[in-house]
Every structure is written in structure tokens, then in C-alpha cells.
Design a protein around this ligand. Structure first.
Ligand SMILES: Cc1ncc(COP(=O)(O)O)c(C=O)c1O
Length: 368
């Protein structure tokens, strides 16, 4: 049998995960899995929701439809758009990565421009689909170049992965509006954002007026439900939506009904809203404490945060992955998150800061 190449390589995040698992098995010691993008302070409490699901129903047992279950799209419209979106513009996907994959296959763009520091999987996904990409140095430079980007697509991820930094919302909206006006396509992939906000956040509503914006969202990070593999796409471009639905129909014929019902119930019931609020507030307390701890102990890579502050869920620290590994801490070298390595990058690592504070500190004490 002859096999076609995927043109990708395995993710460094997964490679570190395998190494940590082997080390734990061999030594019997605990290692911190700070290589992952998994909120780990607490799990979201699903018990009050599970009790409300009727498993012996068509809702769970039958095809969900290519665009996703109506009840979930309705709940998303309420939660993210204050009911102001057209429900037909919301398409359920198998997580953010699936939404990104559909988006990059669907749009005609000369190239896709990624942030200078970017989730390494963007590059792998674009390699998989054989799409050209480059990088923008900063939001300010992107802003200056906006008028030249009409044939291109830009990915915006805020708060960022790997730096966990946040650009002010007002500036972000102005930048997106300028790009939209110039005819560039904006892929707004910010799955970490909603951990920090609730339904009173009107950011996505502001994007509804723009023609060239594709929102790629996910419940993996904001609700800690990466195992459910659910996200959504939103754009007002009808042609995009028609093509996206066809791609979903012939790739998977929809997305798992059970996870859709689960997330719809979480978003739309008082019990679910309570679980969400508790999950977010507990997670944010420890993220904040961990970042403070890193700052206080001079572990933060301050040169990368000159005009920003990390908010999470990741932070870059000034220790090499190997040194961290020797202290039983998993991390990912910063070189996985840039197109071109720079001097000194080998001494920098991305770590997850969404981790129980006490345990986090107990592992970092020996590194101070
Ligand atoms: C920036 C960014 N976008 C999208 C995703 C996709 O997540 P998922 O496919 O679990 O929704 C991730 C996951 O780590 C991410 O870091």
C-alpha cells in the first residue's frame, strides 16, 4: 500500500506528554503536566446536568444534523451573542481544531498570517492542507499593514498561546474593524478568552457587524471540556456557511449528539450556569496566584512581557524544558511556538499556570 504524507510532524506538546508518562511509570514519581493546555485547577461539575439528560431519546441517539443541534446553537446565541446572531450562522464543530481546519480549507487566501508567537498546531494544520503562511511581528505592525492584506487571512488569538498575554479589547476591536474594511479575512481563534468573561461580555456581538470575520470557538478551555470535542464557527458569510456544512456532512456527518446536549444543558440551565461560574472563578484564583508566584520569584521571562502582562492560561518562564524536567515539571520549549528561533530561546519554556496553586508552588520551590 502506498501512503501519502500528511506533511506534518508530531506536536512537541504530545511528545513531552509521552516522555512524562514514561518517566512516571519508570520512577513511580509524580510529574506536573504543565506541557498541556488543560485547565487543571478543578473539573467542571457535570453531575447536576447529567441528571437532566434523557439518554433514551432521539436527541442523543440519532444524527445531530450537519450544522449541529438547534438547542445548542440557540444556547450559544444567548451565551455569546445576546441572541443577536442569526442562528443559521452558528455551526457546531468537533472542537476548535476542526473549526480551524474547515475555515482554512474554505477560504481563498494567498496566505494565512499567524502571530509571531503562535500555537504550533496552526503551522502543522496549514502544512496538512498545503497552505502558505507567514507571521506578523505585533498587533501594531499588523495595524500599519492592514491596507495591504486584502488577499490574505489573519489569525488572531487573544489571550495568546503561548504567552498568555492580553491585548486591550478596545484596540483589538479597532484592529479587527480595520482589517475587515481592508478586505482581509480575520480568523478570530481565541478559545481562552471566555474563561475570563461571562455572558455579559459583548465582544462577539461587536464582531457581528463585520463581513470578513470568522469566529472559531471551543468549549475545551472555557469550560474545561476538551474531551467532549465541541466548538463552533460563526460568520455572516452565507457562502462560507454553505460550504462548511458540506465539508462537515462528508467528513463526519455532524458532531456527537451526546456532547452537544451536555453543553447545551450547561449553557442554558441555572444548574449549568452555576457549575460554569464556579469552574471559572476557582480556576482564575489559582491562575492569578501562580503568575504572581512566578513574577515574585523572577521566573517570568520578563523580556517577552515588556508592554503586556500575562493573564494565563499559559506563561513563558526563563527555564529550559530540560531543567524543568529534572525538577519533574513538564513544559514545552518556546521554539515550538515560533517560525524562527532566536538567540536564547532554548532557555525559555511555556508552562500551564492553570494548576492547583499549592502543588504548583511545591514543585517550583526547588527552582527559585
Ligand atoms: C490557540 C488554540 N486554538 C485552538 C485550539 C483547539 O482546541 P480544541 O480543538 O480542543 O477546541 C487550541 C488548543 O490547544 C489552541 O491552543
Amino acid at each position: 500500500m502506498r501512503i501519502k504524507s500528511s506533511h506534518t510532524v508530531n506536536s512537541s506538546i504530545l511528545a513531552m506528554g509521552n516522555r512524562l508518562r514514561d518517566a512516571m511509570k519508570e520512577t513511580g514519581n509524580e510529574y506536573l503536566l504543565l506541557n498541556r493546555g488543560v485547565n487543571s485547577v478543578v473539573n467542571i461539575d457535570l453531575k447536576p446536568i447529567i441528571e437532566q439528560i434523557d439518554f433514551n431519546s432521539n436527541s442523543i441517539q440519532v444524527y445531530p444534523g450537519s450544522n449541529g443541534k438547534y438547542e445548542l446553537r440557540k444556547a450559544i446565541n444567548e451565551e455569546y451573542f445576546e441572541n443577536k446572531a442569526d442562528i443559521n450562522d452558528i455551526i457546531i464543530t468537533g472542537g476548535g481544531i476542526s473549526g480551524l481546519d474547515i475555515a482554512v480549507q474554505n477560504i481563498e487566501a494567498d496566505e494565512i498570517i499567524l502571530p509571531k508567537f503562535f500555537w504550533g498546531s496552526y503551522a502543522q494544520l496549514l502544512n496538512l492542507r498545503q497552505i502558505k503562511y507567514s507571521n506578523y511581528e505585533s498587533y501594531e505592525i499588523l495595524n500599519n499593514q492592514a491596507s495591504e492584506l486584502n488577499d490574505k487571512a489573519v489569525i488572531i488569538c487573544d489571550p495568546g498561546n503561548p504567552k498568555g498575554d492580553k491585548y486591550p479589547d478596545q484596540k483589538l476591536i479597532e484592529l479587527i474593524e480595520k482589517l475587515d474594511n481592508s478586505g482581509a479575512t480575520i480568523i478570530f481563534d481565541s478559545p481562552y478568552r471566555r474563561l475570563f468573561y461571562d455572558r455579559t461580555d459583548s465582544f462577539y456581538q461587536k464582531l457581528l457587524a463585520l463581513k470578513n470575520v470568522i469566529i472559531v470557538e471551543s468549549f475545551s478551555k472555557s469550560l474545561g471540556l476538551s474531551g467532549q470535542r465541541i466548538g463552533f464557527l460563526h460568520t455572516t458569510n452565507k457562502n462560507f456557511n454553505e460550504e462548511a456544512l458540506l465539508r462537515i456532512t462528508y467528513a463526519t456527518n455532524g458532531v456527537n449528539s451526546f456532547s452537544q446536549v451536555l453543553i447545551a444543558k450547561l449553557l442554558s440551565t441555572p444548574e449549568g450556569q452555576k457549575s460554569i461560574a464556579e469552574f471559572k472563578s476557582k480556576t482564575l484564583v489559582d491562575i492569578k496566584k501562580n503568575i504572581e508566584f512566578l513574577k515574585h520569584n523572577n521566573l517570568l521571562a520578563t523580556e517577552l512581557y515588556e508592554d503586556t502582562d500575562p493573564v494565563g492560561i499559559f506563561t513563558i518562564i526563563n527555564k529550559a524544558p530540560e531543567e524543568l524536567f529534572n525538577h519533574r515539571i513538564g513544559s514545552v520549549g518556546l521554539d515550538y511556538f515560533v517560525a524562527k528561533p532566536f538567540n536564547g530561546i532554548e532557555k525559555l519554556s511555556r508552562i500551564l499556570v492553570s494548576y492547583p496553586h499549592k502543588k504548583f508552588v511545591s514543585f517550583f520551590e526547588s527552582l527559585k
